[in-house]
Design a protein. Structure first.
Length: 97
């Protein structure tokens, strides 16, 4: 959103949702429930690909699923940390260019 200079209010209007919902999407520590329609709307509004918004971080117990053991409950993905690092990387690329 920062790169495209889109405010919560503008993204909310583009998605047809409340501004508070956009705020919660941005500030949550856990992966929010995203429907295909919502993900499609985000990608259109931000002119990006789903991979620009979502990152897969495997659990520490991935070996247990390979060996057939019952896996533990998945841990939340630290969205805030990922987004912060992505913005910092983007800013560094802008400065380098």
């Amino acid at each position: 959103m920062a790169k495209k200079r889109i405010r919560n209010k503008d993204l909310a209007a583009a998605l047809g949702i409340d501004e508070n919902s956009v705020h919660r999407l941005r500030r949550t520590d856990e992966m929010p429930r995203l429907t295909a329609e919502r993900l499609n709307g985000l990608c259109i509004a931000l002119e990006c690909q789903p991979g620009d918004l979502i990152v897969f971080i495997p659990d520490d117990d991935t070996n247990s699923t390979i060996t057939g053991d019952k896996p533990n409950k998945p841990k939340p993905i630290p969205v805030k940390e990922y987004l912060k690092s992505k913005v910092e990387k983007s800013q560094a690329e802008d400065i380098a260019a």
